[in-house]
Design a protein around this ligand. Structure first.
Ligand code: 3PY
Ligand code: MG
Length: 250
């Protein structure tokens, strides 16, 4: 259930998540049954429509996992539609200031915590459970901010302490691009350490992309939200690996 994910996140428990960019419910079902706590549906870079999101959210509810949607921007109108589809939470790209983080929280929470509008969509069981959904959503919907700009890293402490924010997620690729360095530059490692420190200091979840082999070290360093599989890279690596191995035989 939604509460499980947010409450586990709030408790500081380590969570393993995967990223889905291919907007097909079969991918959601595979990732959802793979063991991950949550599947992040990538509406920022992946070619999702609201309709394909709806099908993938239907699919995740047939699995033990939850689905968080990375929206293409933190626009309140878009967040309203995505939460109305029944997403367990929102991951917003490129949050660089505490004000942006506060606006994100407001878009995700019903009054009095925010300004999310009330509807009777899939999340509210098409009106058949609207009252109970509205009563529990503020406690259950997960709000996550990507920190992936220089300003975001500089403001990470203020962002992390914004009331209602459940976690921050470092975007090493965008940060490296802005800084003009390689993804594995020590400057990115330092930024990761800074963001982990501020997030953990504020008692919220902290995440990033962490290959499976590095999860133990990342968890020991305080990270709690490890994205350790992406469908694009996973498919590319396994298909190319299979090809190379097969090609040795001919
Ligand atoms: C980043 O690293 O910037 C990302 O958001 C990757 O998707
Ligand atoms: Mg990014």
């Amino acid at each position: 259930t939604h509460s499980t994910l947010r409450h586990r996140m709030r408790s500081g428990a380590p969570l393993l998540v995967s990223l889905q960019s291919i907007p097909d419910p079969a991918i959601t079902t595979i990732l959802g049954w793979s063991g991950f706590d949550a599947v992040i549906l990538d509406g920022e870079h992946g070619p999702f429509t609201l309709e394909s999101l709806r099908h993938c959210l239907d699919a995740v509810s047939t699995t033990p996992a939850e689905a968080v949607v990375r929206v293409r921007s933190a626009e309140a109108g878009l967040i309203k539609q995505v939460l109305e589809l029944g997403a367990a939470g929102i991951l917003a790209p490129s949050i660089s200031t505490a004000d942006e983080a506060a606006a994100l929280v407001s878009a995700c929470k019903y009054p009095p915590l925010g300004m999310r509008g009330t509807g009777t969509g899939r999340a509210a069981r098409y009106g058949l459970a609207s009252r109970s959904y509205r009563a529990t959503a503020n406690d259950e919907v997960v709000v996550l901010a990507m920190i992936e700009t220089k300003a975001g890293v500089a403001n990470a402490k203020e962002i992390a302490t914004v009331e209602g924010l459940d976690g921050i997620f470092l975007g090493p690729h965008d940060l490296a691009a802005e800084l003009g360095v390689d993804d594995h530059d020590p400057v990115i490692t330092d930024a990761t350490r800074t963001v982990v420190g501020h997030g953990r200091g504020a008692g919220i979840a902290v995440g990033s992309f962490v290959p499976p082999a590095d999860v133990r070290a990342a968890a020991e360093a305080g990270m709690t939200l490890m994205m350790s599989y992406t469908d694009f890279a996973g498919l590319a690596q396994s298909s190319h690996g299979a090809f190379l191995q097969a090609a040795e035989g001919v």
